[in-house]
Design a protein. Sequence first.
Length: 155
Amino acid sequence: MPEGSAPESFELDHNAVVAPYVRIAADKALRNGGHLTKYDVRFSQPNKEHLPMPVVHSIEHALATTLRTHSDDVIDISPMGCQTGFYVAVDGPTDVDAFFELLATGLADVLELTETPAATEKQCGFAASHDLEGAKAAIKKFLAGRDEWSRVFSH
C-alpha cells in the first residue's frame, strides 16, 4: 500500500479516545475547487461497546433526514462498520461549534420522531432492521455527554 493511502481512521489510536466525542476526521480542498469536512461522531467507546445494527440503521436514516432539514451543506451520513458511530460529511469548511449545534438540533429532532424515516421495503434495502426506540436511547446518552464532545483523547 502506498505511504499515506490508509484511511485517516486507521491511523487513529482507538485505545486512546474517549467516547462520546465529535472530531474533524478530514478537512480537504477538492480538485474541483470545493471543500469537504468529514466529522467522526463517536457514540460508543471503541473495542468496549457498540451500537446494535438496527439502532445504527435507524440513526442513519433519521439523521439523514433531520440534519438536512437544518443545513443544505450536509452531504452524507455514513455508519461506521465497527458500529461505534457515524461519519458526517459536509460541504465546505465548517466551524466545529456550529457543527455541534447542527448535530444537537438534528439529534433532538430524532427524539421527536414516531417512525424511522424511509424504513419501507420500497425505500430501504433491509427495512426490517430498524430500532427507533433503541436509536432514541443511544441518542439520549450521546446528548447527555455533549459537554465532552470536544474531548477526544483520555490524556
